[in-house]
Design a protein around this ligand. Sequence first.
Ligand SMILES: [Zn+2]
Length: 238
Amino acid sequence: MPSLAGTSAAAPDPEMLTQVSTYPALQRGQFNGDVTYAQLAQDGDFGLGTFSGLDGEMVALDGVFYQISADGTVRVADAAMTTPFADVHFFHSNQQLRISEPLQNLDQLKAFLAKQLPSPNRPYAFRISGTFPTLKYRSVPKQAEPYPALTDAVAKQVVFEAQNIDAVLVGYMLPEYLGGIGRPGFHFHMISADKSRGGHVLDVSASAATVDIDFLESVKLLIPQNATFQGSNFSQPK
Ligand SMILES: [Zn+2]
């Protein structure tokens, strides 16, 4: 599969998280893409997000950006496609550990991971590989303008469930103080090992999996230049 990762003059900072737009803007239904996937690939080979018009879920793994549509199909994103919201970085594992105890659900996975983190006050990335006894995930259908708020769009999500699925969870934990920019807490997308299934993780159980944790040190925000974002009053509810 072709990689979108291009050649850049300056060496990228491996410990820098790059985010496109803000979560509050996404919540307001600002779904028009501002950044191409060719641009995004300059800032990372790993990550999660969505596509212009909220046209499915995005997972980036090993430099390949995947689009998971609401019908569940997975395809490699075209470099010219754009995103209204994404988190990416270059993944380098700082710590590897095994999950060897049964974790019954996503909350237990979050609690397990939170115990491994030396501080809640930095971003972390997680790459979790294994065979998951149960995995519940979703994608979202493309929205038409005028765009609804995110909660109304997500109400039309399509939910999928898999059992004993070989997959990789791609996730981040953002600290509380990034709340005006990102969504604090854990956020996971997933892609199956055979790249046939994927989406935003709603629930998961695990009994044996490998967790790689990347400790991040800085955040770069790509501020949308479009008129909707620039004209918004973020101190007011939409
Ligand atoms: Zn998501």
